[in-house]
Design a protein around this ligand. Structure first.
Ligand code: ADP
Length: 625
């Protein structure tokens, strides 16, 4: 019923009692019924309504009495009216008290509704009698739905222990706290921290339990994620093959800060104060080491580990100073190489990276990652040894090349000396020795001997990497000398040499003997190539200008030519197809030509023998075409 309805009913009832009181001979006894009107008004829960109703009833009672017994002597009806008035008064007082208590309770209930925690009250049998707003919002049931339900059944509570034991503890101590799982109306599982408080009546009998639930689902999830991540990192830490050391550098920070306040340039100061650095090594405390690091340092467990890095580093270590400077400069990473001193005193070469986490808290967990590079060092040493061996082998090979070149180059003049000597002997053994011819042949012998010695000198200079002589040479003369040197040999093999050199070719800068040797080599090779063949054996030597910078000399034969497979290797040292060949001639020729700024190439079109072409830059200054 609404408030207005209650007020109206209360007034109607009071008036009805008044009428009965006045019109019937009940003589005031009916006035007790006014109490009902007051109780009706009290149900509006308003103090003013109760007071108005009470006052009204008192006035009506007195009015009725006066109307019926106007100034008559105070008799029993008067006493009855007084009793009625007393009843009205007492009722009013009680009702007012009750109203005040209800108002207080309502205020408390409103406070409970303001709470961020879920709060509900259940009676001793577990039936919910109060259900706050947050419980409505979080668990999903409105108060109307929750009231009267069994709390455990509604929320499908999952307790951490036996329910009976928890209840017994609650009765014993009056309180219980624990973490339980609750299911919401939508079916979600919430983890809550529950606090229970036993409620008693005024006689001390337990009447119900006030439960407060704090939702910690997110916190628990975050915590377990954190735990998982911790475990993951721990696994990485333990399983890593890289040594990891966790160190506390906060002591170092303090020491460095004290230096800083004295206004010292830290890097400089540290470099000049080995004592400070040595002291600082003792301040870098080791907190934890992983198994890989223990193995590297030869420790059987992390407890066997020295408590600071001092003993881990050798006396001559420079890496700690660098790391300290990096730390002082606020760098995040530092890398270095050093030798780790194992517990047994042996040294292990290592590479390391230090990470300095940001913030002063980070100083307490400086991580050092260490890699053992013993194998790498060994490989490096082996590589260095191999390189040294190779260099030695190269020197031996150069020596071989040197002797090979000397043998090769000197062979030709020696052969010429023998030929001339034999010719001389023949002239001498004649019945009438032709001394003039003998003198000529001896002249040849002497000339070839000189050449041989010059060749040796030149080769030695060449191999000493001394630059060749830079004479201004008339290329025509060089060609003439070279052809003269091989003329006899070629003639012996019936080789016809045709020289087609342009007159007035520009001079070239270079070494006469070396260039002569190149031509001699090419001519001798050509002759040898044709030696086995029947039919004509011709070598054509041409010399002419290619362009404004270079002149070219070609030596062409009509021999078998060069097999295409051999072409790419033709100029390699020791490449030969001849039985007693050495394979040095063309290699020396190419190097010589290139040392003169020119090029030596070969072409061998099928059926046209071989053509070697050498180009040489000529001296512009001394040439006017
Ligand atoms: P060698 O004469 O000691 O073999 P060379 O370096 O002078 O060394 O020559 C290398 C090879 O080049 C020879 O063995 C030969 O096979 C080839 N060669 C050089 N000149 C000619 C040529 N004119 N015709 C055919 N082959 C040649």
């Amino acid at each position: 019923m609404s408030r207005a309805g209650l007020r109206f009913s209360s007034a109607v009832l009071a008036f009805a009692v008044f009428m009965i009181d006045v019109l019937t001979p009940l003589e005031g006894a009916v006035a007790v019924l006014y109490v009902v009107a007051i109780l009706l008004a009290a149900r509006t829960n308003r103090r003013s309504d109760i007071i108005v109703a009470a006052t009204g009833c008192v006035v009506l009672t007195i009015t009725a009495y006066l109307l019926s017994h106007y100034l008559e002597a105070i008799t029993s009806p008067a006493l009855r009216a007084l009793v009625s008035l007393a009843a009205i008064g007492i009722t009013t007082l009680l009702v007012l008290q009750n109203q005040a208590a209800t108002t207080r309770l309502a205020a408390q209930a409103r406070l409970l509704n303001l709470s961020h925690d879920m709060i509900f009250v259940r009676d001793r049998s577990g039936v919910i009698t109060f259900w706050n707003k947050t419980a409505e919002q979080t668990y999903g049931w409105a108060a109307d739905e929750a009231l009267g339900q069994l709390a455990d059944k509604l929320l499908r509570t999952n307790y951490p222990g036996r329910r009976e034991a928890i209840e017994a503890g609650l009765l014993d101590t009056g309180r219980w706290e624990g973490r339980v799982e609750q299911r919401t109306k939508a079916g979600a599982v919430l983890t809550v921290d529950a606090r229970w408080a036993l409620q008693h009546d005024h006689l001390g009998t337990p009447v119900g339990v006030l439960e407060t639930h704090t939702d910690v689902t997110d916190r628990v999830a975050a915590h377990s994620a954190l735990v998982q991540s911790e475990q993951r990192y721990r696994r990485m830490f333990d399983a890593s093959r890289i040594g990891v050391v966790e160190e506390d550098w906060s002591g170092l920070r303090t020491a460095l800060d004290s230096l800083r306040t004295e206004g010292v340039d830290l890097g400089d100061h540290l470099a000049r104060n080995p004592d400070f650095v040595a002291h600082a090594r003792g301040l870098a405390r080791i907190i934890d080491v992983n198994p890989a690091m223990q193995a590297m340092a030869g420790a059987s467990s992390s407890t066997a580990f020295i408590e600071n890095v001092d003993k881990l580093l050798g006396e001559n270590d420079r890496s700690f100073l660098d790391a300290l400077v990096a730390f002082a400069e606020g760098q995040r990473f530092h890398e270095g190489e050093t030798q780790l001193v194992r517990i047994d005193g042996a040294k292990v070469p290592v590479l390391f990276t230090i990470t300095f986490p940001p913030g002063s808290d980070g100083d307490q967990s400086v991580l050092v990652f260490v890699v053992d590079i013993t194998e790498r060092k060994q490989a490096q040493d082996a590589l260095l040894a191999a390189q040294a061996e190779l260099a030695h082998a190269a020197r031996v090979a150069t020596l071989g090349e040197l002797s090979a070149s000397i043998a090769h180059e000197v062979n030709q003049p020696l052969a010429a000396i023998v030929t001339s000597g034999e010719a001389g002997l023949r002239w001498l053994r004649r019945d009438v020795p032709d001394l003039k011819e003998v003198a000529t042949t001896i002249g040849h012998v002497v000339a070839q001997g000189r050449r041989a010695s010059e060749i040796v000198t030149r080769i030695r200079t060449f191999l000493k990497k001394a630059s060749p002589q830079q004479d201004l040479l008339q290329i025509g003369e060089v060609i003439e000398e070279a052809t003269a040197l091989v003329a006899r040999e070629l003639a012996k093999d019936d080789v016809v040499l045709i020289v087609e050199a342009r007159h007035g070719l520009p001079p070239v800068r270079g070494d006469r003997i070396q260039l002569q040797q190149v031509l001699v080599n090419l001519l001798v090779n050509a002759g040898q190539a044709m030696s086995g063949q029947s039919g004509s054996r011709t070598i054509t030597l041409r010399a002419g200008i290619v362009d404004s910078e270079a002149l070219a000399i070609t030596v062409q034969d009509n021999g078998p030519g060069i097999h295409p497979d051999d072409l790419p290797r033709l100029f390699d040292p020791f490449f030969t197809t001849k039985e007693g060949g050495m394979g040095m001639g063309l290699a020396i020729c190419r190097t010589t030509v290139e040392a003169h700024g020119g090029r030596l190439s070969v072409a061998s079109p099928t059926g046209s023998g071989a053509t070697f072409q050498l180009t040489l830059p000529y001296s512009q200054v001394h040439y006017s075409p």
